[in-house]
Design a protein around this ligand. Structure first.
Ligand code: ADP
Ligand code: MG
Length: 237
């Protein structure tokens, strides 16, 4: 079963802008996918619909096989809190708040008491290479470090799916590269990752690319072929 299934999603905004026009795709649990396309082509709209932050005007979205149209806002928030992490171009960290507290905020829905949230947040910061920056506030961190804090916050609840909307868009190319390496590493640990990028070099290195133009999916390189041994093992199941 695919982790994400989008079927003929259309999103029309008030005023008649059709931001998405019949997009269908599937994304598997092990995938790392780039979304590319010109500004205004519908990339963020698609990512928000995949992440259940927005609902399509028509069409269907399933996460883990479950049709999200049937979920009320409370259930949808719970699904997001447990299964989906978000990262944005401008980090969205709370200003003046230490990194470890920013990350602990990502665990609010976990029901875990604060001391354990802080402990888990510290471990998440270690995972992104910031174990020595726990008490730094956003203004005391570089852009690349802020983005790694934001990624730690997104993955602290161990989501199955990480969605990143131009996470390298505000960074110099070296920091951008580190962020992409980090996304790769998280994907290698079993988190599906979908990342919007303007950077052709970054997109070219990722195993699958979706291309959006005027709200339509005009290119999909498809999931990478598995090595022969894996396929045979899977077929034997
Ligand atoms: P991208 O992320 O590829 O730059 P978006 O998905 O943000 O593109 O936007 C696609 C189109 O939908 C654009 O024409 C944009 O102006 C429009 N749009 C996006 N969000 C809204 C909104 N909330 N209300 C009205 N129009 C919107
Ligand atoms: Mg966008």
């Amino acid at each position: 079963m695919s982790l994400v299934e989008v079927e003929r999603a259309r999103r029309e905004f008030p005023g008649g802008v059709v931001a998405l026009d019949g997009v269908s795709l599937r994304i598997g649990q092990e995938e790392l996918v780039a979304i590319v396309g010109a500004s205004g082509s519908g990339k963020s709209t698609l990512l928000n619909i995949i992440g259940t932050l927005d609902r399509p005007t028509s069409g269907r979205v399933r996460i883990g096989g479950r049709d999200v149209a049937g979920l009320d806002d409370r259930r949808l928030s719970a699904l997001r809190a447990h299964h989906i992490g978000f990262v944005f171009q401008r980090f969205h960290l709370a200003p003046g708040v230490p990194a470890v507290r920013n990350v602990a905020e990502g665990l609010l829905y976990s029901g875990v008491p604060l001391p354990e949230r802080l402990e888990r947040a510290a471990r998440a910061l270690e995972t992104v290479g910031l174990g020595d920056r726990l008490d730094h506030r956003p203004h005391e961190l570089s852009g690349g470090e802020c983005q790694r804090v934001a990624i730690a916050r997104a993955v602290a609840p161990r989501p199955r799916l990480l969605l990143a909307d131009e996470p390298t868009g505000s960074l110099d190319s070296a920091s951008g590269r580190e962020v992409v390496e980090l996304l790769r590493r998280l994907n290698g640990r079993g988190t599906a990752v979908v990342v919007i990028t303007h950077d052709r070099d970054i997109a070219a290195e990722l195993p699958r690319r979706l291309e959006i133009r005027d709200g339509r999916l005009v290119g999909d390189t498809g999931p990478p072929r598995k090595p022969e041994a894996d396929r045979t093992a899977e077929e034997a199941k």
